[in-house]
Design a binder for this molecule. Structure first.
Ligand SMILES: [Zn+2]
Ligand SMILES: [Zn+2]
Length: 259
């Protein structure tokens, strides 16, 4: 199983999961050209992409949707509400024959993989994160959440790989020059996860099986990779977990093996 963060941050998000035969993308907030270039550069094979799963309709997650609908045949996995909100936000139509309906809390059998979307607290129509079981490997991609609910923590058990939001350092955000309303939105229960909240959630998800953690969706204005890394290292100290930080422009690729 291979995982790649093709891009991660407020300027565009795209994650790829591949078993060597088929590739599932999670979100497409960078251009189709960049997605293809980065998949090719990582030898993940852009030709093998079969589907794009959407977490929610914010533009940093679905900016390339229109081009993808026109230029590819990828299936689009989305909840009914996210489909509707994405169509409106991007002024596109997802044809019924290309739409695979997701429902939070209900696993989907996608070509032998078990894809489970689960609900997140975030200011979008029907935001979800994904837990994906492919062969012996289980991964979760969890970004864009204002707080770590018990439901989220429940879905992070027995993972091999966890991709988790570490959006901001609370002090950097508070002291930074974002407008007050935007600061309030980010800090709210439906905003983004701080380094401290990430560390709390990571402590709850940490289990002997967990092999790799990727910190994701870092704010370039209100966080620093060293601060996010330090917060996670405090929790992971003494464990064998490999820690990585996903970047906005530099793709990160990992081989996932079962723990
Ligand atoms: Zn986002
Ligand atoms: Zn969002």
């Amino acid at each position: 199983m291979h995982y790649a963060a093709l891009a991660s941050g407020s300027k565009g998000n795209c994650h790829a999961l591949s078993d060597g035969e088929r590739t599932l993308l999670i979100d497409a907030g960078i251009s189709l050209r960049q997605i293809r270039q980065r998949l090719d550069a990582l030898s993940l094979g852009s030709g093998e992409v079969e589907a794009l799963a959407l977490t929610h309709e914010h533009s940093d997650h679905i900016g390339a949707l229109g081009v993808i609908l026109r230029r590819t045949h990828w299936a689009i996995l989305a909840t009914r509400e996210t489909r509707r909100a994405a169509e409106k936000a991007q002024d596109v139509l997802i044809p019924p024959e290309r739409w695979i309906e997701l429902e939070a809390g209900h696993p989907l059998d996608w070509a032998g993989w078990r894809v489970l979307p689960f609900a997140l607290p975030h200011d979008a129509a029907d935001p979800v994160a994904f837990r994906v079981e492919a062969g012996p490997c289980t991964c979760a991609v969890v970004t864009d959440l204002g707080q770590a609910t018990a439901l989220v923590a429940d879905h992070l058990r027995d993972l091999d790989l966890l991709v988790l939001e570490a959006n901001h350092d609370v002090d950097m955000l508070r002291e930074g020059d974002y407008p007050p309303q935007l600061k309030a939105r980010i800090l709210s229960r439906v905003g983004h996860l701080s380094n401290a909240a990430m560390a709390d959630l990571l402590a709850r998800a940490s289990a002997p099986r967990l092999r790799q953690v990727v910190l994701a969706h870092l704010s370039e204005s209100n966080n620093h990779p060293d601060l996010a890394r330090f917060a996670a290292e405090e929790v992971l100290r003494g464990s064998a977990v490999e820690l990585h930080v996903a970047h906005q422009r530099e793709p990160l690729a990992l081989s996932v093996s079962p723990g």
